[in-house]
Design a protein around this ligand. Structure first.
Ligand code: FAD
Length: 428
């Protein structure tokens, strides 16, 4: 059969180690590559924030433009459409006589609803979950039985000595498969004003979104000595090198965690294996943990009391939330963090923890308002990691020990003893 397929790129904007894409390439005769910039990205969330602010939008468009160039090498192109994803796809299917859609599986409610709706309209959709380090089938437990506590999850994986699968090459069939003619849309990437102190400066050529840049950065990281001291520096607040900076590339799928793992193992094999190199794996495991826990509990992660294990005291106040967002609270350390987030779209893990704890514990605001602001602003926004971490700090996740309360003064003394971080961002 001369099967005609759409490959719908979602948060997997790459050609290498893209299992879902390979399935489409191996199983079709004609293909149309599509990316949909969904209209909801520019609508307000229930907290009245735009869902995708400029930094992430720019980063993704940089990556789309790079993907388009990569596809052109094989005689294809990426067609970028704007609108409601489901309506747009159905129109394209009808106009171009498409048999099937292939795409990655995303286990968040809106993304799942899109797939359900497509199926309801009779569309043949093939999805494949591929954004984790370990495949679901490799886990030593069913999703229902996944341990709720990270340490238990980690120890089971380590005890069973489970290894992530090797990354897959792009299917050779990309050279044989025929493109479906389509009116190409021009991809325009807007320039963005950068801040010279940004820890992830997307206005610089080598920090732009895209698969090639992602691979270059990851290679560069593992050619340096940085992995050897990762554990000692990972909690710092500023600079290009204190942590790996893999998250923005991972969030849009410019690279897969399996590819990173392969580079990490190669580094350990050739150079050195120590606690710091292990810790990079440890953090990637946290990323997997939040994915699998999200699959287990689903939409409960969006409830006010989350999974409801611990009592939560919320006394939401819109003025306090606004002061937090605008970096106008009574604490200059918090203000510095919130200004950095707004001006750059990035924040270190330690600062994310501190400002999140402040919103929840000092201002008693609804944790979901903070999660929603992060969703709007972060270049590396990822539904599982964002809502998972927020719920963890607010005590609304799976941890029976309750939330995390960071003493802001203590954190300031440890991580910004001479006030440089505050000076940079409060005077920017
Ligand atoms: P590194 O320290 O170099 O870590 C290496 C990789 O491990 C990261 O790229 C990331 O993929 C993973 N990782 C590290 N820490 C965590 C963690 N706590 N949870 C899950 N994965 C982790 N990360 C996102 O990718 N997207 C988000 O939307 C997001 N929201 C967050 C919200 C809050 C409130 C908090 C406290 C953390 C959030 N994180 C999120 C996790 C973490 O802050 C970032 O992944 C990390 O700061 C990115 O920088 P890095 O790549 O240099 O991290």
């Amino acid at each position: 059969m001369e099967l005609r397929s759409i490959y719908w790129f979602r948060n997997d904007l790459r050609l290498s180690d893209n299992l879902s894409l390979n399935k489409a390439l191996d199983d079709s005769k004609h293909i149309l590559f599509i990316y949909i910039d969904d209209e909801t990205n520019y609508q307000q969330t229930s907290w009245k924030f735009i869902r995708t602010a400029n930094h992430r939008k720019t980063f993704i468009y940089q990556g789309i433009s790079s993907l388009n160039k990569d596809l052109k090498k094989y005689g294809h192109s990426l067609n970028v459409l704007r609108g409601n994803s489901v309506e747009t796809l159905i129109k394209v299917i009808q106009e171009h006589n498409i048999d099937r859609i292939f795409c990655e599986e995303i286990f968040a409610s809106e993304e799942r609803a899109q797939i359900e709706l497509l199926k309801k309209f009779g569309v043949n959709v093939k999805t494949f979950f591929q954004s984790s380090l370990f495949n679901i089938s490799q886990l030593p437990f069913t999703i229902k039985n996944i341990p709720d506590v990270f340490t238990k999850f980690r120890k089971s994986i380590e005890l069973e000595k489970i290894e992530p699968n090797n990354p897959e090459q792009l299917s050779y069939n990309i050279k044989n498969i025929l493109p479906i003619n389509f009116n190409n849309t021009k991809i325009t990437v807007k320039k963005i004003h950068g801040h010279k102190e940004s820890s992830f400066p997307i206005y610089k050529d080598n920090f732009m979104g895209g698969e090639i840049n992602a691979i270059e950065n990851i290679k560069k990281y593992f050619q340096s000595n940085l992995p050897q001291s990762y554990k000692d520096t990972r909690n710092n607040l500023m600079g290009l090198n204190f942590s790996t900076k893999f998250s923005p590339w991972l969030a849009s799928g410019f690279i897969s965690p399996r590819q990173i793992y392969a580079y990490l193992k190669d580094y350990e094999h050739k150079f050195l294996q120590n606690e710091s190199t292990y810790w990079i794996f440890f953090e990637l495991l946290w990323r997997d943990f939040f994915r699998f826990i999200f699959i287990k509990y689903g939409d409960k992660f969006f409830y006010k009391s989350g999974l409801g294990l611990n009592p939560v005291k919320i006394n939401h106040n819109t003025r306090k939330l606004e002061a937090w967002i605008k970096g106008k609270t009574s604490d200059s350390f918090i203000n510095a963090g919130m200004t950095e987030l707004y001006k750059t779209g990035f924040l270190s893990n330690r600062m994310r923890q501190i400002v999140a704890s402040y919103l929840v514990n000092e201002l008693s605001c609804d944790w979901r308002s903070g999660a929603s602001w992060f969703e709007s602003q972060l270049i590396d926004y990822d539904v599982y990691s964002n809502y998972g971490n927020w719920a963890y700090i607010a005590g609304c996740g799976t941890d029976p020990r309750g939330g995390r309360h960071f003493n802001v003064d203590k954190q300031k003394k440890i991580y910004d003893p001479d006030g440089i971080y505050q000076k940079v961002w409060n005077e920017s």
